[in-house]
Ligand binder design. Structure first.
Ligand code: UDP
Ligand code: MG
Length: 423
């Protein structure tokens, strides 16, 4: 008799892919499984995609009904997995995300390897990784090969390529106080934290065969968490999984009207929903902040709800592009208060530069925003300042401006501090 396998599938807003994930479980050659379908309060489209399956007696469906404000307080999939683990009855336990498909022999190959290797409590297999675009079309793919016994599996093995004995769980809880670590700082690598817990009891035994295919969408965390600073940069156009575009404005996210789509198209940064939901929703703005506009006579920069007249020479100095200037009705412009003009001094001294301007000084990048100059890393610039060129200058010309905290990717720092060494 095949031993029972408990599969824990976590789901959030991937209506097309989740169907494939569930179908891949239904098509397993091993028949003795139970599936915990853990939905983290997904949108309606996803609920509809899931609903035909929940009648199956082998599938245990759970919806967290988590509210937006709560989403960032813990690593959500770890919370869902811990709940499922407390109900799991299989001899073996394995994990699945909503963007991954098991190959038909995945469960049987892994279970049989554990059956035949009583000295090992964990097995892992090779994986195909496919990067797809927003429409689901493949961009490129590669393989992660399982070819050696791992004493340190953290950051080496994917969430969906592991199976372990359920009997390990009691020992893990006793030693660490929980199964998966729910601390929100591990959102991007919660599986690795759990692998390091598993590794305290057993090495990971490899299975060379490719037993799952995972799809990386532009919305997957590994992509969207990349190069995110702790505080997102004011004025950025952002969107989460629901595709609605917002502009960040002083700790609020303000919806941007569709009429501005030529401005935000190609400049919108996809960020994880939990990051987005940190910002309270504000009112819709008529004119986006940090936007170049013009009437018949002059060009202005919209900043902090005021209009700042830009001299022609300043327009060139700050490398603004003519095609980024949007014509505006006279009345709309006159309704705005005047801010300090943006000028260019013959002496070269830079006063009141426009917000969200990047400077390049002695091979380092700086961002000027909300009256403060911040050192900024090239990785953050790449994600947040699509198509914007930094303005080369010298310290002499900006040394009177206040210097603020550096803007660098926060997750790199967290991982550095984890003390999990790679093999
Ligand atoms: N997830 C979740 N709640 C959320 C966001 C994500 O339960 O608020 C789940 C998601 O369904 C998936 C897992 O967390 O099973 C990892 O997310 P994703 O695949 O987007 O990240 P990746 O690791 O691929 O970048
Ligand atoms: Mg994923």
């Amino acid at each position: 008799m095949e031993k029972k396998v408990s599969i824990i599938l976590t789901s959030y807003n991937k209506p097309e892919l989740i169907k494939k994930a569930i179908e891949s479980v239904m098509k397993q050659t091993c028949k003795n499984w139970e599936l915990f379908l853990m939905d983290d309060h997904s949108n309606e489209e996803t609920s509809e995609a899931i609903s035909p399956y929940i009648k199956d007696h082998r599938i245990h469906y759970y919806n967290s009904f988590i509210q937006p404000a709560e989403r960032l307080k813990s690593t959500r999939y770890a919370v869902l997995i811990n709940y499922a683990l407390s109900c799991a009855a299989g001899e073996y336990v394995t994990y699945l995300t909503d963007d991954t498909e098991y190959h038909p022999n995945r469960l049987s190959r892994m279970a049989e390897t554990l059956d035949n290797n009583p000295d090992y409590d964990v097995v892992y297999s090779s994986q195909k990784v496919v990067h797809v675009n927003e429409c689901g079309a493949e961009q490129f793919h590669f393989y992660r090969f399982a070819d050696r016994v791992l004493d340190q599996a953290a950051f080496q093995v994917d969430h969906c390529s592991v199976m372990h004995r359920r009997s390990l769980l009691g020992r893990i809880k006793e030693m660490f106080g929980s199964f998966w670590d729910e601390d929100v700082m591990h959102w991007n690598h919660g599986d690795s934290i759990f692998w390091s817990r598993l590794n305290t009891f057993s090495p990971f035994l490899p299975i060379k065969e490719v037993l799952d295919t995972t799809y990386k969408t532009p919305h997957s965390f590994q992509n969207t968490y990349q190069s995110l600073p702790a505080v997102l940069i004011d004025g950025t156009f952002v969107k989460g999984t629901d595709q609605k575009v917002y502009q960040l404005d002083q700790n609020k996210r303000r919806p941007v009207k569709e009429q501005w789509s030529p401005v935000y198209r190609g400049k919108t940064v996809i960020i994880p929903d939990p990051f987005l939901f940190q910002y309270e929703e504000g009112s819709c703005s008529n004119i986006p902040n940090y936007q170049l506009v013009q009437n018949r006579h002059s060009v202005y920069y919209i900043e902090g709800g005021a209009k700042r007249l830009i001299e022609n020479r300043a327009l060139r100095f700050y490398q603004f592009k003519r095609h980024d200037i949007v014509p505006l009705e006279q009345e709309e412009l006159y309704a705005l208060p005047d801010g300090p003009p943006i000028s260019w001094e013959r002496s070269g001294r830079i006063d009141h530069p426009p917000g969200r301007i990047l400077f390049f000084i002695e091979r380092e990048l700086y961002l000027y925003v909300q009256g403060v100059l911040h050192p900024i890393s090239g990785d953050v610039v790449k994600r947040f300042f699509i198509k914007q060129k930094p303005v080369p200058t010298s310290f002499q010309k900006i040394k009177h401006l206040p210097i603020g905290n550096p803007v660098y990717p926060v997750y790199d720092e967290i991982i550095r501090n984890l003390n999990i060494t790679k093999d």
